[in-house]
Design a protein around this ligand. Structure first.
Ligand SMILES: *[C@@H]1O[C@H](CO)[C@@H](O)[C@H](O)[C@H]1NC(C)=O
Ligand SMILES: *[C@@H]1O[C@H](CO)[C@@H](O)[C@H](O)[C@H]1NC(C)=O
Ligand SMILES: *[C@@H]1O[C@H](CO)[C@@H](O)[C@H](O)[C@H]1NC(C)=O
Ligand SMILES: *[C@@H]1O[C@H](CO)[C@@H](O)[C@H](O)[C@H]1NC(C)=O
Length: 514
């Protein structure tokens, strides 16, 4: 049965373009991409309800329930990496952003010669708007959202700002003399201008409000793209009290506050959806929802029954919550659960080519695939392999070969290999149930100094049975693949921090300093 309804739709519209010019632009689907921050696998109602979680997400449940739930969907274990891949369609080994997040005072960003998702959508006639958290670098003006393809930007250049004051501090390290200095400043921008208004307005309300504004003001002769990157539900753990009311049964204060933050985000997404309806845009809109990484267990998030946390390449760090909702989806896929392998790097080609019917010319070689016919139809995913990452951690001599002490993970079909140790002390390796569930944490029984794990993720999505000793031939084959990926990687960009970034030198606000 042909269920590639939208694919055909795009072709028909394209033919109209050839004959009548501007009507093309009127009819391309609007795309609203919503990215949640540090949102755990078990923290959406439709996952958590049967897994001991008390969190309620009626809007997300409804949108996902009427759309397509992506249940074999992956993101990166932390923030900047996921965002860089969403914007570029390319793995971190190809952009130099293999290690960590981009720190506040690091002169670093997604390289400015990478072609971005909004740039490509602009070429196809879209107006492109970003609201929320950027966090892929800002040291040069050329790195900031309105220089990277967005017509408008309202939000944070970095991340983890106070949700009410937008103040943000960090300890910057001075590599010249080994000292550290606290840098502190305000981070809220309207396009390129620092804005100090809105003091006291909660970030989820503010970003929802600005998104509704974009929707209300949109010129309907053009297709609309919105990238709404909430700072919810990332720490600092703050939310207006009323959102915690439904969670009096959660004794753990951290978890209760986090649950309230989720409820507020869920309400905001409901408001955005309603605004699309009120503006008459909804019927021609595709809403895509994704987390940026797994839940941060210390900060209220939860990934049970998956193993591990944000920051790890266990499934709990990278197996993401994601779905697509749209009245444009064919009836045959509405309300279904999709098990095709997909990754955050797939959105650029999927949105540009699959949804907007555009060409992918001009980008560097993409690591993402156009998976639209696997979402809107029954096609198998073109993706059979997924490099989760190779993080060499430090600058290494050229020609150095990959070795299994490096932190890496690769998925090939059912197999997943994971190597090296997690560098980050806040990373969890265990299976942690939500605090309100009354269930017990399950601790792994690793061999000391274990460096290689092998799982059949299809059979064992919880990573309970390490098969590395049973299948040494498979391990060799996958290590060989990692060696090949490593050879093709570009040098890591992880420059020393630069104290010239100090907001005190720039009117009290974080912003481009070079
Ligand atoms: C957004 O906030 C402004 C005031 O800052 C207010 O005038 C406007 O009505 C709000 N819009 C929505 C959709 O809440
Ligand atoms: C959603 O809209 C309602 C009604 O305007 C408003 O009271 C609420 O604060 C909004 N929620 C968010 C998260 O913006
Ligand atoms: C893609 O091709 C179009 C039409 O030739 C051109 O205008 C556009 O600049 C190209 N995009 C890139 C990123 O090279
Ligand atoms: C992995 O497990 C699945 C489900 O049990 C099985 O069908 C598949 O053959 C296994 N894959 C490999 C490569 O052994």
């Amino acid at each position: 049965m042909a269920v590639r309804h939208l694919g055909e739709f795009v072709v028909i519209v394209y033919l109209t373009l050839v004959t009548s010019g501007s009507s093309y632009a009127e009819q391309l689907p609007n795309v609203v991409f919503i990215l949640a921050d540090d949102y755990g696998f078990n923290d959406v109602g439709y996952h958590g309800r049967s897994q001991g979680s008390a969190i309620l997400t009626p809007n997300l449940d409804r949108l996902a329930g009427e759309g397509v739930k992506l249940e074999n969907y992956y993101v990166q274990p932390i923030c900047s990496p996921t965002r860089s891949q969403l914007m570029s369609g390319r793995y971190q080994i190809h952009t130099g952003l293999q290690h960590g997040v981009i720190r506040h005072a690091q002169p670093n960003c997604l390289p400015v010669d990478e072609v971005t998702l909004p740039q490509k959508l602009k070429e196809n006639g879209y107006t492109t708007n970003m609201v929320g958290k950027w966090h892929i670098g800002f040291y040069l003006d050329a790195c900031t959202p309105t220089e990277r393809g967005f017509d408008s930007f309202f939000g944070f250049l970095i991340g983890a700002e106070d949700h009410y004051t937008r103040m943000l501090s960090c300890e910057a390290y001075n590599a010249n003399d080994g000292s550290t200095k606290t840098l502190s400043g305000h981070d809220l921008h309207a396009n390129k201008t620092p804005v100090f208004d809105y003091e006291g307005q909660y970030s989820t309300h503010l970003f929802t409000n600005k998104t509704v504004d974009v929707i209300e003001r949109h010129d309907k002769t053009k297709p609309l793209f919105i990238y709404l990157a909430y700072q919810a539900v990332h720490a600092p753990l703050q939310v207006p009290d009323s959102y915690m009311d439904p969670y009096k049964n959660i004794a753990d204060k951290t978890r209760r506050t986090y649950a309230g933050m989720v409820s507020c985000m869920d309400e905001g997404i409901g408001n955005v959806t309603q605004a699309l309806k009120d503006a008459g845009l909804y019927d021609n809109t595709i809403i895509i929802f994704s987390t940026d990484n797994g839940g941060h267990i210390d900060r209220g998030g939860n990934n049970w029954p998956l193993r591990g946390s944000k920051g790890s390449m266990w499934e709990g760090g990278i197996h993401g919550v994601g779905f697509v909702h749209s009245p444009l989806l064919p009836d045959a896929v509405k309300g279904t659960v999709n098990h095709e392998l997909m990754h955050v790097s797939d959105w650029l080609p999927t949105i540009v080519a699959g949804i907007a019917g555009g060409a992918l010319n001009g980008t560097k070689p993409l690591d993402g695939y156009n998976v639209w016919s696997s979402i809107s139809g029954t096609a198998s995913s073109p993706r059979t392999e997924l490099l989760h990452n190779i993080d060499p951690k430090k600058k290494r001599p050229e020609n150095e070969k990959f070795d299994t002490s490096m932190r890496a993970a690769l998925r090939v079909g059912d197999w997943k290999i994971k190597t090296g140790a997690d560098y980050d002390v806040t990373v969890f390796n265990e299976w942690m149930p939500p605090p309100e569930s009354g269930l017990d944490t399950i601790y792994p029984t690793e061999k000391p100094n274990q460096k290689v794990w092998l799982f059949n993720i299809t059979a064992d999505p919880l990573e309970q049975t390490d098969l590395a000793e049973k299948y040494p031939g498979v391990v060799d084959e996958l290590v060989h693949k990692l060696e090949e990926y490593y050879k093709g990687s570009v040098p890591m960009r992880y420059p020393d921090e630069d104290l010239e970034a100090d907001p005190a030198l720039h009117g009290g606000s974080w912003g481009p300093w070079k």
